[in-house]
Design a protein around this ligand. Structure first.
Ligand code: VGL
Ligand code: ZN
Length: 204
């Protein structure tokens, strides 16, 4: 139990027009057995499938982001970066988890596609903001991997861009390179005005 998150009660919620579900980096390399496995990363897949079902049932859009690196990306150890080789575009490790039930009309956003640039935020170097604006999106529901990298940086940018943000507290997991990184990330997202929700808070 951690006091930082225990004090943050998930709130009741329902979806409405102008909402989007952003499924973050549910790729084989980030799941157990992958080259940059996030502990418990597979636990979030069935939960995300239920959020996806909620959005589909309401005719609302689902976006899925993917880390999509070129070979020899600057974030890899051999290039002096912090990470093992992971999510190389077109490889099995970069594929979405087979158990993730994305709708056929999912909008896929690829990030960190340039050799010399790291990008943890799904807004960085992508057309995500333009697509959301064009779609009249005002509220982002964000879950996936990893809490302390892509989810955190995407939430930061989303808040600075003026979106309302709901963090799917039961559908995120942290890398925790330093113990507590995930908890600190969750506290920061809350301090930025992102609201925490869970499936159980869904209004009937
Ligand atoms: C990520 C580590 C390395 C992420 C990407 O998207 O959370 N984390 N590359
Ligand atoms: Zn990466």
């Amino acid at each position: 139990m951690n006091p930082t998150t225990d004090t943050l009660d998930p709130e009741r919620w329902h979806v409405q027009p102008g909402d989007v579900l952003l499924v973050t980096d549910i790729q084989n390399d980030f799941l157990p057995g992958g080259s940059l496995a996030v502990a418990g990363g597979d636990d979030v897949v069935p939960i995300l499938n239920r959020y996806i079902g909620e959005f589909v049932a309401h005719g609302l859009p689902v976006y899925a982001t993917r880390d999509w690196h070129p070979e020899g990306h600057c974030s890899f150890h051999a290039q002096g970066g912090p990470w093992p080789v992971h999510c190389v575009a077109g490889t099995q490790g970069a594929e979405f988890a087979a158990t993730l039930r994305l709708p056929t009309d999912t909008t896929v956003i690829s990030k960190a596609t340039l050799w010399g640039q790291e990008a943890y935020s799904s807004f960085q170097g992508t057309d995500l903001n333009g697509r959301l604006r064009a779609g009249g999106i005002r509220r982002l529901f964000i879950g996936g991997l990893a809490t302390d990298y892509c989810v955190l940086n995407t939430v930061r940018d989303a808040r600075h861009l003026g979106y309302e943000v709901f963090v799917l507290a039961d559908a995120i997991r942290a890398v925790d390179v330093h113990p507590g990184d995930g908890q600190r990330a969750e506290a920061e997202m809350t301090s930025l005005g992102a609201r925490r929700i869970t499936l159980s808070g869904r209004a009937a």
